[in-house]
Write a protein that binds this ligand. Sequence first.
Ligand SMILES: Nc1ncnc2c1ncn2[C@@H]1O[C@H](COP(=O)(O)OP(=O)(O)OP(=O)(O)O)[C@@H](O)[C@H]1O
Ligand SMILES: [Mg+2]
Length: 416
Amino acid sequence: MTLALIGLMGIQIYWIQNASSVKEANFRRSVTEAMVKVVQKVERMEKNKALQTNQYESMLNFNRHLTYDTFLTKDELDSLISSVLNSRGIDTRYEFGIYKPEGSQFLIKKSEAYQKELIQNGYAFPLFQNDIYTSPEYLCIYFPQEKQFLLTELWGMLLISIILIIVIVYSFTYTITTIFRQKRLSEMKNDFINNMTHEFKTPISTISLACEALSDKELRGSGEFLESYLSMIREENKRLSVMAEKILQTAVIDKGQLKMTKEKINVHDIISDVIKNLRIQVEIKDGEIIRNFGATRAVIEGDKVHVANLFYNLLDNANKYSPKKPLIRISTENVHNGIVFQIEDNGIGIGKNEQKKIFDKLYRVPTGNIHEVRGFGLGLNYVKAIVEEHHGKISLESEVNNGTKFKVFLPFVIKE
Ligand SMILES: Nc1ncnc2c1ncn2[C@@H]1O[C@H](COP(=O)(O)OP(=O)(O)OP(=O)(O)O)[C@@H](O)[C@H]1O
Ligand SMILES: [Mg+2]
């Protein structure tokens, strides 16, 4: 496609060049025709004048007898040239003169401008060619704006070509980027399906094992076993429904149908609850969650469940993506119209190029961690949607291998 496009553009340029040289040739021809006519007229004027003054001699030969000033003024020549050029559609500035190479002098000259160009680059036409006694003289004409004049004639064609080329290049790049985007999306979807199958498989097999054990009549007799299997089933079932809920939630966000209840909530209480749920997971890895609640005004307007999920996701990420001893700090601070939260970890960090993409649905940083750390790539997409629903802001600072700091701002009241 690229080759075809380049070829097409090459052909286009070739045609424009062609058209421009045709125009140039046309111009030359018109000028020549016009000036030949001027030369004829000048010669006839001389003849007429000569006939009036010196009849007999003039009738016998074709020689020239009069000097220019006796039969032709500069202005007469000018209006002659101008009318002949105009009748041929040549409507651009010109400079003319009658030049005699012998003695390199101008016998008539329109003005003092362009003297050199007139001799070197102008069009020259011999005058009184039949006069064999006087040395040759030339009527020279030069168009200072010849190039521009030819260009204005081509202007329409050039403009259309340029617009068409821009349109084609634009649609071409648009198509290519769309193809690449679709390709990435389909890869992400594949990863997602793989991950999801994995995540669902564990609880399903645990539950089926527990069920099998429960169908054993001997085991059923012992109340202790019964209870432990039942609680196992309950736990795994809860995990399944949490995962299903997460996936469903994303579909809801996509459709823009997120439901939010607005009530007064205390964010410090919510965060403390979330930390309670996550503490064991962090402590297993010998890590620690440090709170620093600096905000004196901690009550905001919002949805309790969604805000809890928001912090759960951020803290869960901080823990998941810190392979060694997670040290997670969460702090709050009042600003004039709301609260700023900072969630900082000492984990693997996120590269500059990835930072924009991590909020995309299904996106996971492809540094091999996909297989080590489980996840759907939905968490941050959900977090962003919730922050936006609360009219807040989210940003991050991170460096690879140097931890990540998420900053979330939530206002006290949600203005409509
Ligand atoms: N604190 C962090 N440190 C390093 N990388 C992070 C951090 N938080 C997020 N990431 C990167 O951003 C990606 C997207 O995060 P997100 O929470 O959306 O998905 P996930 O954690 O992979 O899956 P889940 O849907 O279960 O949350 C992650 O896969 C990870 O690569
Ligand atoms: Mg996550």
